[in-house]
Design a protein around this ligand. Structure first.
Ligand code: ITT
Length: 192
């Protein structure tokens, strides 16, 4: 079965493909030249549904979207749904990671607790849309470490590990990431 991955973020695509266990033929919104919708909702779940419905409506195919981000406890949960926007139009995540570090310095906080959230939405054309959410908690480290993954991976160490997501093998991240946990909930919901 073919599934539209309603994302324009190339970092997410291999993770989505791996988490679907190779069971679907994936075509991305970018490959279908679908325009990116404005993320106007105020929650991860709202934005995930908006992106999945948008892609399903335009493609006429079942579409899956991920809306995700990093939340820092000492920053009252920021950047959260604004995680991509902190990197600016040039999608400069070195800049976004520095911004997180600078904000923590500005408030003089040594609390490095943070978590990633992934809301996963699947929309059927002219049909329902379901959404589930996964989280992984951990702590931040500066300067960034590792070149794997994408986005904020080089500054995030998941609980119980010594390596950042940027240093881990992709399979290790996929075994317990926020995205993996959202996928696990989705699979459980389909089977139960
Ligand atoms: P699409 O909306 O096209 O999927 P996007 O990058 O704009 O792409 P989001 O709005 O969901 O996606 O923004 C999520 C941002 O949060 C993303 O750009 C990353 O910087 C960050 N992020 C999400 N999941 C991450 C992960 O697993 N590792 C590192 N950073 C992540």
């Amino acid at each position: 079965m073919r599934l539209v991955a309603a994302t324009h973020n190339p970092g997410k695509v291999p993770e989505i493909a791996a988490l679907l266990d190779g069971n679907y033929e994936i075509v991305t919104a970018g490959e279908l030249n679908l325009p990116e919708p404005d993320e106007t909702e105020t929650t991860f779940g709202g934005n995930a549904m908006l992106k999945a419905r948008h892609a399903a409506r335009l493609s006429g195919e079942v579409s899956l979207a991920d809306d995700s981000g990093l939340s820092v406890l000492a920053l009252d949960g920021a950047p959260s749904i604004f995680s991509a926007r902190w990197a600016g139009p040039s999608k400069d995540f070195a800049l976004a990671m520095r911004k997180v570090e600078e904000r923590l310095e500005e408030i003089g906080s040594t609390d490095r607790r943070a978590w990633f959230t992934s809301a996963l939405a699947v929309a059927w054309p002219d049909g329902p849309c379901v959404v589930v959410e996964g989280e992984v908690h951990g702590e931040l480290t500066f300067p960034p470490r590792g070149t794997r993954g994408f986005g904020y991976d080089p500054i995030f160490i998941p609980e119980g590990f010594d390596q950042t997501f940027g240093e881990m093998e992709p399979a290790a991240k996929d075994a317990m990431s926020h995205r993996a946990r959202a996928f696990a909930k989705f699979k459980a919901a389909l089977i139960d």
